[in-house]
Design a protein around this ligand. Structure first.
Ligand SMILES: [Fe+2]
Ligand SMILES: [Fe+2]
Length: 391
């Protein structure tokens, strides 16, 4: 009862303050001493508010607000109302003109709201289920669980180390970035509960969505276009690797498997879980050693990163980070393994989180006109890559 009265009174008091503010004589605004007109308005409002605060008479206020209060209630509520008025005054008194926008805060709150700079995420995937929902009966979810079971049993530190060495030679053939996009069109990603479209659609949908919202970051458009090209590992010509070691979420090896990894229960059959060092939280790593020193489970992320480095791309560091760790959901979704990150990783992670929204939520049935957008992406490929790359 008492609390609701306080609340009502707060609301009413707010409107009374507002009337006083609006009723105050118009001050002459100028830009003297570097003050903006807006700053002067803020200062005037603070001055008006302090009038309300110093004159605060709760019985008078209660009459104005049509609330009946007993003397005991007045005694009890008055300090609380005064406290609220003081807080409002303190907040209003902050000089906001000198404060730079807090980019990190903005990004984090936008990400929490499923929105990044105007990108509105749809609620459901093309099957009508929430994204990355591994529990819902999707047309393909049975296959997704079987996929992760095989993945978790077989991805060991030794396995990933050997794959990095084998594919790091980049001796399977030469191909341009665009040719690789078209080449990938034959495949659908079995680990993905949200997608049954040809890969080139997903690449262009992500790239075009980012391009719309970040028109000046051309490196980010190209990063979106190429982020999944490592899936060529599936093709007989580039290794004929099975799906379980090409796609799906990735995670560090050589240290304990975090519980947030999807279908964690299947790690019970992974030999590394009984290893004296690999089973420890830090395993073979030092705290904050940096993700570039961590061996990740083998897949298309790591392979495409190697292709980019091995072909001397001029794309900036965040692009390499995005490609290398875009499937590392335990980190960028669940905040696991933060103790392996360096300061540089934290900076790059901001871009990865932006990218991830587009990677995940732009998977839709809306088709992109490939021929229409092709010239733009060819110009970016020419800017950041050689004509033919070693794969
Ligand atoms: Fe991917
Ligand atoms: Fe993707």
């Amino acid at each position: 009862m008492c609390e609701s009265l306080v609340l009502q009174t707060r609301i009413r008091m707010g409107s009374i303050s507002f009337r006083l503010l609006r009723g105050s004589p118009a001050k002459k605004l100028n830009s003297r001493s570097g003050f903006s007109p807006e700053a002067l308005v803020v200062q005037n409002r603070v001055r008006s508010l302090s009038v309300v605060r110093s004159d605060l008479q709760l019985p008078r206020l209660a009459v104005t607000a049509s609330i009946s209060l007993t003397p005991d209630q007045v005694e009890e509520i008055s300090p609380k109302i005064q406290q609220v008025a003081d807080w409002v005054g303190q907040v209003q008194a902050v000089d906001l003109q000198t404060i730079q926008p807090a980019i990190r805060e903005e990004l984090e709150s936008n990400i929490k709201n499923n929105e990044v700079e105007g990108f509105s995420a749809p609620d459901t995937n093309p099957f009508g289920h929430s994204f990355r929902n591994y529990d819902k009966e999707s047309e393909r979810s049975g296959g997704v669980e079987a996929f992760y079971k095989t993945n978790h049993i077989n991805q060991t530190y030794e396995f990933a180390t050997n794959k990095k060495e084998e594919h790091g030679k980049l001796n399977k053939g030469k191909m341009s970035i665009w040719d690789c996009c078209e080449f990938l069109n034959e495949y659908v990603d079995e680990s993905d509960p949200d997608l049954d479209e040809p890969q080139i659609e997903h690449l262009l949908q992500s790239a075009e969505a980012i391009r719309r919202d970040y028109p000046n970051e051309d490196w980010l458009h190209l990063t979106a276009l190429i982020h999944d090209l490592g899936k060529v590992l599936l093709h007989p010509k580039f290794g004929a690797e099975p799906q379980w070691c090409v796609v799906g979420d990735t995670y560090p090896l050589g240290c304990a498997f975090d519980e947030s990894i999807v279908y964690h229960k299947y790690f019970e059959q992974n030999p590394d879980i009984n290893h004296p060092v690999y089973s420890m939280k830090l395993g073979i790593y030092k705290e904050n050693c940096g993700l570039k020193n961590v061996t990740m489970s083998w897949g298309h992320d790591e392979y495409m990163y190697m292709v980019m480095k091995g072909n001397n791309t001029t794309l900036p560091d965040p692009a390499l980070f995005i490609v290398r760790f875009h499937s590392f959901y335990p980190l960028h979704r669940n905040g696991a393994y933060y103790y392996l990150m360096s300061e540089e990783d934290e900076e790059n992670l901001k871009w990865l989180r932006i990218f991830n929204k587009y990677d995940l939520y732009s998977k839709s049935k809306v088709r992109v006109d490939v021929e229409k957008v092709k010239p733009y992406y060819l110009s970016l490929i020419e800017k950041y890559f050689p004509a033919k790359l070693k794969w």
